[in-house]
Design a protein around this ligand. Structure first.
Ligand code: NAP
Length: 510
């Protein structure tokens, strides 16, 4: 059985050299670092397989090692829990929260160790417990350093390797050294650690796998509301009015024709709602004379939902195309054609050809296809996976012509309290007691940012994207707004990057 588990998965992921998140190469520890796992379930098995495959020495602690040993790779040592916690410094707790108290007997053996909490609560559990699972574990084992990590990675992704799934591993802990150790471990396994700050963020990290399409609720309700309104209007105009005034029964139009007339109306309005907040934001900034002040909440939320609104507009346009292709397939359409032909014959007309109508339809169809093609391009390049693969110039080439003049203009700051650093090419963010916006305004170059590892006692929160310490990131254009951690500022601008550091004496400097 154990032999079956080995094979492909036992091979090191990238032999001795590993790819860092920024593409540089990092060395795997030369001596096999020992990692412990408590629990022998699905997650523990996948984790052990991946750790062994990445060159680590693994010891698994089970209540019944005889029963479970055969399920683990042969290179992993499966033993009793008490024995498993003796030697490794880092121990993964792959058991459910309700079973944490059953581990309390191991307290002495676990003293001074780094415990990695991988657990995920269910939605009712998340609501029921005031403490996150990781904080609860930390309260049970006060002599250990508890790190929240790997909960967003499924057993399947661990088995398949990070090439075939989510690479980001949000990590939070109160002890920087413990967090660093687990980050290194994640990196060595081929994942990208993302610093989420202290253990107080564990609740946020535990809520991540439960999120269902965050950011889509308002845009979806908006699209639905617009659809209902336009559908009602088209129903009254195309169906009810002919019925009331002329007694014509056109209710058959409801499923296809009225829906098809409604969809482009919704698509147009949604598309205009993508660009309207940019205009309003520009107007607000012009009125205030600065771009370094927070927008009103309603405008901020609107700006943040533009991508979803744009994608819904594209969805409606694509549905309209499909419905339009189906129009000639309808029975009603065929009857109309036959009736028209009969009328022609009765009126003794043999050749019906109205030049103006022919041209109108040709141009109408051609413009429709071009419009859909353009909208498709905008929609596809707004997807993160595609946008990340584009260079700054390529992204602007596609997106900017349509948004030109609509994105906030670059304004000079007028004695704002925030520290602002103009960056022609490279900026080193150190530590600032307050959010530090770094702007590439006035520069034709994209912003290059190098993020230093946080000094001790200083927590960095950087959003959109998270920037792992020691890595370099080139800002995409068109980023308009992103929110920082609790209590921090919000900024907006097409090329403004915000780094928030919760504590620390050093000023932001280039
Ligand atoms: P599982 O298959 O049910 O395994 C749980 C393990 O807990 C058991 O195999 C058992 O191992 C151990 N355990 C220790 N004390 C226990 C007790 N008192 N009662 C019952 N079991 C006890 O669960 P899993 O899927 O591996 O998940 C383990 C943890 O990983 C959970 O917190 C889960 O939220 C988290 N997680 C899982 C996934 C996933 O894809 N499965 C993904 C992310 C996070 P022994 O009998 O050998 O002691």
């Amino acid at each position: 059985m154990a032999t079956n588990m080995s094979g492909e998965m036992d091979k090191p992921l990238i032999s001795r050299l590993l790819l860092e998140s920024d593409g540089s190469l990092a060395e795997v520890p030369s001596e096999a670092f020992k990692v412990g796992i408590l629990g022998s379930g699905d997650f523990a098995r996948s984790l052990a397989t991946r750790l062994v495959g990445s060159g680590f020495s693994v010891v698994v602690g089970s209540r019944n090692p005889k029963r479970t040993a055969g399920l683990f790779p042969s290179a992993a040592q499966v033993t009793f829990q008490e024995e498993a916690v003796c030697s490794p410094n880092v121990i993964f707790v792959a058991v459910f929260r309700e079973h944490y108290p059953s581990l309390c007997g191991l307290s002495d053996g676990l003293a001074g160790r780094v415990l990695v909490d991988v657990s995920n609560p269910t939605a009712p559990e998340l609501l029921r417990h005031r403490q996150s699972n990781a904080e609860y574990l930390a309260s049970l084992f006060p002599t250990c350093a508890v790190v929240k990590a790997f909960n967003v990675i499924s057993a399947w992704t661990l088995q398949a390797g990070p090439r075939d799934g989510n690479r980001q591993v949000p990590i939070c802990a109160d002890q920087p050294e413990a967090k660093r150790m687990v980050s290194e471990l994640a990196r060595a396994m081929g994942f990208t650690p993302v610093d989420m700050g202290s253990l107080a963020s564990a609740r946020e990290v535990e809520a991540m796998p439960l999120r269902l399409l965050p950011g889509w609720k308002v845009p979806a309700l908006l699209a639905l509301g617009l659809f209902v309104c336009f559908f009602a209007y088209n129903f009254v105009r195309d169906v009810l009015q002919p019925y009331v005034q002329e007694g014509k029964n056109k209710f058959y139009k409801l499923p296809v024709s009225v829906v098809n007339t409604t969809l482009p109306c919704v698509a147009y309005v949604l598309l205009s709602l993508v660009y309207l907040p940019g205009v309003l934001a520009a107007a607000v900034q012009l009125r205030r004379g600065t771009k370094y002040r927070r927008f009103p909440d309603w405008l901020d939320h609107w700006l943040q939902h533009r991508k979803q609104i744009g994608l819904l507009s594209f969805f409606c346009a694509a549905l309209h195309v499909l419905y339009s292709f189906c129009l000639p397939l309808r029975r009603s359409h065929r009857y109309d054609l036959v009736n028209l032909a009969v009328k022609q014959v009765l009126a003794n007309k043999s050749h019906l050809w109205i030049e103006e109508e022919v041209w109108r339809m040709e141009i109408y169809l051609s413009l429709g296809v071009l419009a859909l093609g353009t909208l498709s391009l905008l929609a596809v390049t707004s997807l993160p996976s595609i946008a990340n693969a584009l260079s700054w110039r390529e992204f602007s080439f596609v997106q900017v012509p349509y948004t030109h003049g609509l994105i906030s203009p670059q304004l000079k700051t007028q004695g704002e309290p925030l520290q602002i650093v103009r960056v022609p090419s490279l900026c080193r963010i150190l530590c600032s007691p307050r959010p530090c916006p770094v702007s590439s305004a006035g520069s034709t170059q994209p912003l290059r940012l190098h993020c230093e590892p946080s000094p001790p006692g200083c927590q960095r929160r950087l959003l959109n994207p998270w920037l792992p310490p020691g890595s370099t990131w080139i800002s995409p254009p068109g980023c308009v707004a992103w929110k920082l951690s609790r209590g921090s500022e919000l900024a907006q601008a097409d090329t403004t990057l915000l780094v928030s550091l919760s504590r620390g004496p050093l000023p932001c400097s280039t």
